[in-house]
Ligand binder design. Structure first.
Ligand code: SF4
Length: 793
């Protein structure tokens, strides 16, 4: 299906520039449209699209039939992804705040300002990016900070959406990212979604599973969540639990596997160890015996779990019976419902534990799998390591050998990479929003490809104060005006998606590549160029960190043996900067068996899942199922399953015990409702792109609060009426939606976060998981009532 999206002509790009970045020149079709491949710009599913361009504009989008992920299908966002480029208010010039107003300046002035801010206090500078960064962009930002400035003050918004998944994988397998892949959805007999709504959030993946029913296959969907959603409508069984009680449910299933003797004794004896939290709550905890594990699980009887969670004991028994069967294959899926949780690491580890305990692991269709919300949360944040404690390829700043390896790849002097872990996201913005004399030692933040002014939790406390404190300076690179750019001191206009080369890594370890197809508007420029150009300014200012051991510029690109001054934008396209950065980054990928192929292999493919290992015939082989013999090249012959990254160095994965604990804040007399936040199918992230796409904006023009009919009747609230929602952190007026698309149970409310005019994150908690530092956006105490007049300021 082709969605024609624009027809206006524009001058073609200069041929020389296009040849510099494109792998091959394809003949246009008879209607003058040229088609190229690219992954979708939106969610972590990583669908591939065919992008049709004519006369320098994207004019059509089609699902890519050659793509294994989506086999030609797209969701409503994907079909309209090209229009994200053509909103009428694109940022086209650098803007500097003067006398309270953003005014145009030149790129030369802008680069000088950024470089001087960094140079005057490198320790007070922090970079904040996202899972929307391409892999080369994230790698360049990380290298600038960790290899150039010698600090670790870099974070990405994946801290707010994925970090508990990371810590769950690390604590279980010793290494991040799912062992399974999307092929599990084609092979499982039972799919369990845990606090997850893939019908709206990962619709193409959901269709991949549900379509099996229309082909006559018998597949079972069990949905567990805190409200009824579009996913519930397709479920064979839908179980609603009280917020935060998923830990008790997971423990209840494990309890029954143990007491019924239906766990997979052979798998556990061969491949697993047991772990419990230690006093200091370190990520790897302490070893416990099977008997201790069993004893700790003993209290989670189905009746007790029912009492805690509200899920009937017979349903807990039914779930345990399913996991106890060896003749079926079970896939678990989860996303933010698990991760945005003050017990996020714990619930991730517990579900891995159920799969390990029951042996539902390592065969196609048997897998615990987390999904990502952003197109490169895995590729750029988790794999490149754009977080305050990581180095590329899963290396860690706390490890001396890992720091040495980074210094070797970057050819920088020993000691350049700091062992001092930087501030995680909440802490970074807390310090940015605190005066210097009160510990606010971050004074400059450069934000690229994200919108913390809208997406941070408790924005009143974490973001807004920084805009009023003398000496704090916010730089924001983006494509449209956002809550962040409107508050920024300096705004840098960025190129978007196919206006630049790029690479993303999706939720199933698949690295995907695309080439620039059209020019960005006005003076908008690629984020990777912005980073290199600032680095060069620092070099010219004599900043020692921008030189390697040989005195050369840290970001040196060559063509035919000669250096290309890519920091000069007129020369940026003379070489493929992405390719050079990626092939340098590849050096890191073998340390934890996350091997990547050379850039040129990704040019040919619709993505490859790592580890990608060279075969004797010279071809590069991807891996679908990690840790499984015959699939994963790193599993030794005869092992069957081998957890070769085990942190206990014995090839074993760890089954954890974590106790259920009450949430940090819950309903009470003053705030009697649960408030949950989330997303809708039409909009992506903070809506800055999708709200510019007329079809999506019209389909879902504003946020709302879902509430149960019985609560609405009791409070005298009518459908569509504007109501006042309050928490201990703020208040918001929103239209009520009763019996809408989603349906929360009595005593619960739901608000999506895409709408910057109705900023629900003014209300949410900043309380976070102690291991992953990920905040809990999914539940806090709230009250709702008929709209009340605001006090006069
Ligand atoms: S499912 Fe995600 S990646 Fe696929 S088309 Fe939709 S938004 Fe794009």
């Amino acid at each position: 299906m082709v969605a024609a999206i624009a027809a206006a002509d524009e001058l073609a790009r200069p041929a020389k520039r296009r040849l510099a970045v494109a792998a091959e020149e394809k003949a246009p079709t008879p209607d003058g449209v040229r088609w190229d491949k690219a992954p979708c710009r939106f969610c972590g599913t990583g669908c591939h699209v065919q992008v049709g361009t004519r006369n320098g504009r994207v004019v059509a989008i089609a699902g890519d039939r050659k793509a294994e992920v989506n086999k030609g299908l797209l969701c409503v966002k994907g079909y309209h992804v090209g229009l994200a480029l053509y909103g009428s208010d694109r940022l086209t010039k650098p803007l500097l705040r003067k006398n309270g107003k953003l005014e145009p300046i030149s790129w030369e002035q802008a680069l000088d300002i950024v470089a001087k801010r960094i140079a005057q206090n490198p320790a007070g500078f922090a970079f904040y990016g996202s899972g929307q960064w391409t892999i080369p962009e994230g790698y360049a930002a990380l290298k600038l900070v960790k290899g150039g400035l010698g600090t670790n003050q870099i974070e990405a918004n994946a801290r707010l959406c994925m970090s508990s998944a990371v810590t769950g994988f690390m604590a279980t397998y010793g290494v991040d990212e799912p062992a399974g892949c999307y092929d599990d959805l084609d092979r499982c007999d039972v799919l369990i979604t845990w606090g997850n709504n893939p019908a709206e959030m990962h619709p193409v993946l959901f269709s991949r599973f549900i379509d099996r029913r229309t082909r006559g296959e018998k597949v079972t969907l069990i949905e567990m969540g805190t409200r009824r959603t579009r996913t519930s409508q397709f479920a064979d069984k839908s179980l609603t639990f009280k917020p935060h009680t998923d830990l008790a449910i997971a423990n209840g299933i494990a309890h029954l596997l143990l007491t019924n003797g239906t766990f997979d004794k052979d798998f556990v004896e061969k491949h697993c160890g047991f772990r419990g939290e230690d006093e200091k709550k370190t990520l790897y905890g302490k070893a416990i015996t099977f008997e201790e594990y069993k004893a700790r699980m003993a209290e989670y009887t189905p009746e007790k779990v029912e009492q805690i969670s509200g899920v009937p004991a017979k349903e807990i028994r039914a779930l345990a019976d399913l996991f106890g069967r060896r003749d079926i294959r079970i896939t678990s899926l989860w996303c933010m419902g698990f991760n945005q949780h003050t017990k996020g690491t714990a619930i991730n580890a517990l579900v891995h534990g159920i799969h390990l305990l029951s042996g539902h692991f390592g065969k196609p269709g048997d897998a615990p799998t987390s999904l990502t919300g952003q197109p490169s949360a895995c590729g750029t944040v988790r794999e490149v390591g754009t977080l305050c404690h990581l180095l590329p390829g899963g290396l860690a700043v706390a490890n001396a050998d890992d720091r040495k390896e980074a210094e070797h790849v970057w050819n920088v002097p020993p000691g350049r990479v700091s062992d001092k872990i930087g501030y995680h996201t909440v802490e970074m913005f807390r310090r940015f929003s605190t005066p210097k004399d009160k510990g606010g030692d971050i004074d400059t933040v450069w934000v690229q490809t994200t919108n913390p002014g809208q997406s941070l939790p408790n924005v009143h406390a974490l973001f807004e104060p920084s805009r009023k404190i003398e000496g704090k300076f916010l730089i924001a690179s983006d494509v449209y005006p956002t809550a962040t750019t409107r508050a920024a001191d300096l705004v840098l206009p960025s190129a978007l998606w196919v206006e630049k080369n790029g690479m993303f890594g999706n939720s199933e370890r698949r690295t995907q590549q695309w080439f620039k197809m059209v020019d960005p508007p006005g003076e908008a420029r690629a984020d990777v160029w912005q980073i290199i150009a600032v680095a060069r300014r620092l070099f010219e200012l004599g900043f020692a960190g921008m030189k390697d051991k040989d005195g050369q510029f840290l970001f040196r690109f060559t063509k035919d043996g000669k250096e290309v001054p890519v920091w000069d934008h007129r020369r940026f396209f003379e070489t493929n900067v992405d390719e050079a950065l990626f092939d340098e980054y590849r050096h890191f990928s073998t340390h934890h068996r996350k091997d990547l192929a050379p850039y040129s292999e990704y040019v040919k493919a619709r993505g490859l899942r790592w580890p990608v290992v060279k075969q004797p015939d010279g071809t590069w082989q991807e891996t679908k199922f990690r840790f499984s013999e015959g699939e994963d090249p790193y599993v030794q012959k005869g092992k069957g399953v081998q957890f070769y990254q085990s942190f206990t160095k014995d090839d074993r994965a760890q089954i954890w015990f974590h106790a259920y604990e009450p949430p940090p804040e819950g309903p009470d007399g003053d705030y009697p409702f649960w408030l949950c936040t989330g997303r809708v199918i039409e909009h992506w992230h903070t809506g800055t792109l999708t709200m510019r796409i007329p079809q999506l904006q019209r389909a879902m023009p504003e946020a709302y609060v879902e509430l149960h009919r019985a609560d609405a009747q009791r409070l005298g609230i009518h459908d569509g009426e504007v109501v006042t929602l309050e928490t201990r952190r703020g208040r918001l007026d929103l239209p009520a939606w009763i019996d809408g698309r989603g349906s929360p149970p009595e005593g619960s409310l739901f608000v999506p976060f895409f709408d910057e005019r109705l900023l629900v994150n003014e209300l949410t908690l900043e309380a976070h998981d102690p291991f992953s530092k990920q905040p809990d956006y999914k539940k806090c105490a709230a009250r709702v009532r008929k709209r009340v007049a605001r006090p006069t300021p």
